[in-house]
Design a protein around this ligand. Structure first.
Ligand code: SOE
Length: 389
């Protein structure tokens, strides 16, 4: 039997628009889905550029007014891939119009916006209309598997967590401005863009929430050449300079609800580190270590092994019994960044078809937003610093 069509409208066509387009296209080819996603409408403000994106990413129609699109009866899902400043308005309007919503992370630019979104999502869920936030790394098989190992008690009691998200694409101080460096569009810098992933992954894997933090934020390069265009990662530089209004580096410590201590670092200035999202969990009976630059592997240390045989073992997370792996390639052939978005589509479609709240919910997104705000507050009031006597 052919699955009923699920008509998707996607707002935005930059980096995330490309990743989500691929996922909507590919997920139903590898997973048996209860609904069949149709790439119906791609939406952007610039008619010419959104039409070019439509052709490139394979959408049926292009449109420039998201308000008109979300009112259409033939649209089932609204997928928000535009900058953070637009999330609150689009998500709330889409939920009110009865559309299932997938929204890129971080959920919003402020806690107040995230609270409004979470309230709208709670109200909509009562009518079978659901909202999910796109913390796609939860769907890296090794990360899901780390969560499973921890939940099964293999690490004993968890004592410490280390999370680092290291990139270097801003390390050239003459690199151009992008919307990601403008607080009014992005909300924050490394903190919200990649630190949010670290917070979500730690909370997801440990099942604990980050309840208090002490942090410092720093902007290393305060001005950059302006771009001819403001949205997207590319563009041509002009001779004018724009002010960077977000953090470049975020460092913080956190206490988790179960008593575990965490240290966190998010930076786009880690020279030589391209997309090193590293997580380490130390427990009384074992430890786990992950690095997104080697995303098919999970290192596991079993402290109950005989002393002479102890050491981190490298698990290739590509066996059919590993999360998501059976749908793809034979053992050992490996997955990449884009697969996480296909897994996200798979889980989202299954949950909404079964009238179940998908995770992470907007409430989960709000929790991450509260942590981001707490780090900002801690940095602003300087409480992280004690001057050496
Ligand atoms: C998307 O999930 C995302 O967080 C991007 O917004 C970041 O810029 C990227 O580097 C990691 O993935």
């Amino acid at each position: 039997m052919t699955a009923r069509a699920l008509n998707v409208a996607m707002i935005g066509y930059g980096f995330m628009g490309a990743a989500h387009s691929q996922a909507w296209r590919v997920a139903p080819r590898f997973f048996d889905l209860p609904r069949d996603p149709v790439l119906s409408v791609i939406v952007g403000r610039d008619a010419e550029r959104v039409e070019a994106a439509r052709v490139k990413f394979g959408w049926n129609e292009a449109a420039t007014d998201w308000r008109e699109v979300i009112e259409r009866d033939d649209i089932d899902v609204v997928d928000i891939c535009s900058p953070g400043s637009s999330h609150v308005e689009i998500a709330i309007a889409a939920l009110a119009a009865g559309k299932q919503v997938l929204c890129e992370k971080p959920l919003a630019n402020t806690v107040a916006e995230a609270e409004q979104m979470a309230a709208a999502a709670t109200a909509a869920a009562e009518h079978g209309v659901f909202a999910m936030v796109g913390f796609s790394y939860r769907r890296v098989p090794a990360i899901t598997f780390a969560r499973d190992l921890l939940a099964s008690g293999r690490l004993g009691s968890l004592r410490q967590v280390r999370a680092q998200y290291l990139q270097d694409w801003l390390s050239d101080a003459e690199g151009p401005m992008t919307w990601r460096l403008d607080k009014s569009l992005a909300g924050s810098g490394s903190l919200g863009d990649i630190g949010a992933h670290a917070i979500d992954a730690v909370q997801f894997i440990t099942g604990q929430s980050v309840d208090s933090v002490s942090g410092i934020l720093e902007t290393l390069v305060p001005e950059r050449p302006l771009l001819g265009e403001t949205v997207g990662l590319g563009g041509t530089a002009s001779s004018e300079r724009g002010k960077v209004t977000v953090d470049d580096v975020a460092l913080f410590t956190g206490r988790l609800s179960g008593g575990t201590l965490g240290s966190f670092e998010a930076t786009r200035y880690a020279t030589g580190r391209k997309n090193a999202f590293r997580l380490e969990f130390s427990g009384s009976d074992g430890a786990l270590s992950f690095d997104l630059e080697r995303m098919n592997e999970l290192e596991f240390y079993d402290a109950t092994d005989p002393a002479g045989e102890q050491g981190f073992r490298r698990i290739l997370v590509t066996e059919p019994e590993h999360p998501y792996a059976a749908a793809w390639w034979p053992t050992g052939h490996g997955l990449g960044y884009e697969h996480t978005f296909s897994h996200q589509v798979r889980d989202f479609v299954v949950d909404i078809a079964e009238h179940r709240q998908p995770t992470p919910s907007f409430q989960d997104g709000l929790q991450v937003q509260r942590v981001l705000a707490a780090v900002e507050a801690s940095s602003a009031n300087g409480s992280a610093w004690t001057v050496t006597a």
